[in-house]
Design a protein around this ligand. Structure first.
Ligand SMILES: Nc1nc2c(ncn2[C@@H]2O[C@H](COP(=O)(O)OP(=O)(O)OP(=O)(O)O)[C@@H](O)[C@H]2O)c(=O)[nH]1
Ligand SMILES: [Mg+2]
Length: 484
C-alpha cells in the first residue's frame, strides 16, 4: 500500500519501496539492483506457480459445473443423480450396490404389506356389508382359505418392515409409522403408498455408513444382525410372496380398485425371488428403481473415473415435497445448470402432501416459478419430461389423458401426441415467463432406462463443455430428438 501510514513520524519514509540510501557506492548500488532483480524473479515465479495451480484446479474440476436437480417429489431427481454416477463413476457406483439391498428389501416388503392391508380391509368391508344386509353379496370379495393362510404366513413381514425402516433411516419408526398405523394404511389410487423417509440432511447413505463407522461397534453389530435376520425371514417368505403376487383373485381385486403397484416407486414384486435370494447383490437397474425420499439437500461430487484430468461436477439433489422446497433457493445464485424434472405420468395423480392438488398442475406451477426467477436468468435450463414409460403404460391401459387435462383437445390418446402436447406447454411457459431470452434444453426421458438416459447425459456434458469449461464450441441440441 502506498501513502501515509497512520502514527508514523514525518521523518520516516511514507512510500514503498523505500528510496535508495543517498550515500550508496557503485558496488552497493549494483548489489542492491542484483538483489532486487532476484526478488522480482522470485516473485514472478511465485505468481506463475499460483496461476498454474489455479489453472490446474480449474482443469481438475475445482471450478467445475454445478448442477441443481429440481422438481416435485417422486419426479426422478435422485434417479437422474444415480444415472450421472453410473455414467461417470461406475466403479464407485458398483461398490455401493450392497448399501442399497436393505432399501430394496424395504421397498419390496412395503408392497407386500400394502397388499395384505388392502386385502384385510376388503374382507373387513365385506364382513360389515354382510352384517348390515345378511345374504347380500355386496363387495363380492372372498379369499380362498389357501390365500388366507398365505396372509397369515406373511404376517412376520410387518415386523421386518419396521426393522428395515429403522436400520435404513437410523431412527425408530415415528409414532404414526408404528405397526398399528402401518396395518391401517389404505390405498388411494391417485396417490402413491407411503414411503421410506430418511431423516437426514446429509443423505441416508452417509447416515447408514456413519452409523457403521461410529465407535460404538455394538450399534453397528446390532444393525448387521437385524439385517441378516431380515434377509433370512425374507428368503423364507419368497415362495409365499411370489404366490401372493401371482394369485389371480388378489390381482383382480387390486385391478378393480384401480391399484397399479407396478407403476409405483420401488416396485420389486415381479423380481421377488431374485431379490430375496440369500446371495442377492443389487444390479445397477435395481439401484435405479430403489426408492428413498430425499430429505434435505445433498451435495454430490462426481469425478470422471476414466479421465483423471476431467473436472469434477457438483450435483445438488433436493427433496421435492412442499415442505422441502424452501431449501432450494440457497443454491440459486451458485449453479450453472438446473435440471428440472416433471413426471408426465402424474397427470391423473394428486400430491401426497395435498390431495386437492393435481400433480401435473403442481409441476407446471413450479416450472413457471423457476422460469420466472430473476436470480436464475443466466442459468442454463434442462427440462426432463420424465416417466415416459409409465405415461405409455397408463395411456395404453385406457386411462384418457383428456379426462384429466381438459385443455388437451386432440382426439388421440397415444403417447406421442400427449408427450408432444406436454412438451409444448412446458416450452411455452418457459418462453413466456423467462425474464431474459434463454435457450431451453428439453428431453423426454425414462430415468430408469440407463441406456437412453446415457445419451441425454452425454448431451448435458456437451452443454457443460461448451458453456463453462472450455473454448470448444460444439453444437448443442435445443429440441428433443427423443420423442417416442
Ligand atoms: N418407471 C419409471 N420409474 C421412474 C422413472 N424415474 C424415476 N422413477 C422411479 O420413481 C421413483 C422416485 O424417483 P426419485 O428419483 O426417488 O424421485 P425424487 O424426485 O428424487 O423424489 P424426492 O426425493 O421425494 O424429491 C423411484 O423409485 C425411481 O426408480 C421413470 O422414468 N420411469
Ligand atoms: Mg430424491
Amino acid at each position: 500500500m502506498q501513502g501515509a501510514l497512520r502514527g508514523s513520524s514525518s521523518k520516516q519514509s511514507t512510500t514503498w519501496p523505500p528510496p535508495p540510501p543517498g550515500n550508496e557506492t557503485p558496488e552497493q548500488r549494483q548489489a542492491r539492483l542484483d538483489e532486487e532483480a532476484r526478488a522480482k524473479k522470485r516473485s514472478d515465479e511465485i505468481d506463475k506457480e499460483i496461476h498454474a495451480q489455479k489453472e490446474l484446479r480449474k482443469k481438475k474440476g475445482g471450478l467445475g459445473a454445478k448442477i441443481l436437480l429440481l422438481g416435485q417429489a417422486e419426479s426422478g431427481k435422485s434417479t437422474v443423480l444415480k444415472n450421472f454416477q453410473l455414467q461417470f463413476a461406475p466403479k464407485a457406483f458398483e461398490s455401493e450396490a450392497d448399501i442399497w439391498r436393505p432399501v430394496i428389501h424395504l421397498n419390496l416388503v412395503r408392497s407386500v404389506n400394502f397388499i395384505i392391508n388392502f386385502l384385510n380391509s376388503r374382507m373387513a368391508g365385506l364382513r360389515e356389508a354382510m352384517q348390515d344386509a345378511p345374504g347380500s353379496k355386496q363387495g363380492g370379495f372372498q379369499l380362498s382359505s389357501d390365500s388366507r393362510k398365505l396372509l397369515i404366513r406373511l404376517a412376520p413381514l410387518r415386523q421386518i418392515e419396521e426393522t428395515l425402516s429403522k436400520v435404513v433411516s437410523g431412527a425408530s419408526p415415528t409414532p404414526n409409522e408404528s405397526s398399528q398405523a402401518s396395518q391401517q394404511r389404505q390405498y388411494n389410487s391417485t396417490r402413491a403408498p407411503e414411503e421410506v423417509s430418511i431423516p437426514s440432511g446429509y443423505g441416508w447413505k452417509k447416515a447408514v455408513l456413519g452409523r457403521r463407522s461410529q465407535d460404538s461397534p455394538t450399534a453397528s453389530n446390532t444393525d448387521a444382525a437385524e439385517l441378516a435376520q431380515a434377509r433370512r425371514v425374507l428368503a423364507a417368505c419368497t415362495d409365499d410372496i411370489v404366490k401372493l403376487w401371482n394369485d389371480r383373485t388378489v390381482r383382480r381385486a387390486l385391478k378393480s380398485a384401480e391399484v397399479s403397484l407396478e407403476d409405483q416407486p420401488g416396485f420389486f414384486l415381479a423380481d421377488a425371488s431374485r431379490v430375496t435370494a440369500e446371495d442377492y447383490r443389487p444390479l445397477s437397474d435395481d439401484v435405479l428403481k430403489a426408492r428413498v425420499t430425499t430429505m434435505g439437500p445433498e451435495e454430490h461430487v462426481i469425478r470422471d473415473e476414466r479421465d483423471p484430468d476431467a473436472k469434477e461436477w457438483t450435483i445438488y439433489d433436493v427433496g421435492g415435497s412442499r415442505s422441502q422446497r424452501a431449501a432450494w433457493a440457497q443454491f440459486f445464485d451458485d449453479v450453472n445448470i438446473i435440471i428440472f424434472l416433471a413426471p408426465m405420468s402424474a397427470f391423473n395423480q394428486v400430491l401426497a402432501e395435498d390431495e386437492t392438488v393435481n400433480r401435473l398442475t403442481d409441476s407446471l406451477r413450479l416450472w413457471q416459478m423457476i422460469c420466472s426467477n430473476k436470480i436464475l436468468q443466466e442459468v442454463e435450463f434442462v427440462l426432463f419430461l420424465n416417466k415416459l414409460d409409465i405415461l405409455q403404460t397408463k395411456l395404453k391401459s385406457g386411462i384418457q389423458f383428456s379426462e384429466f387435462v381438459t385443455s388437451y383437445t386432440e382426439k388421440s390418446n397415444e403417447t406421442k401426441p400427449v408427450a408432444k402436447y406436454l412438451l409444448d406447454v412446458f416450452v411455452s411457459l418457459h418462453q413466456k415467463h423467462s425474464p431474459k431470452k434463454r435457450k431451453l434444453h428439453p428431453h423426454l426421458t425414462c430415468a430408469v432406462d440407463t441406456r437412453a438416459t446415457a445419451s441425454v447425459i452425454a448431451r448435458i456434458r456437451d452443454l457443460i463443455l461448451v458453456n463453462f469449461l472450455s473454448t470448444d464450441k460444439r453444437p448443442v441440441t435445443s429440441m428433443p430428438s427423443d420423442l417416442p
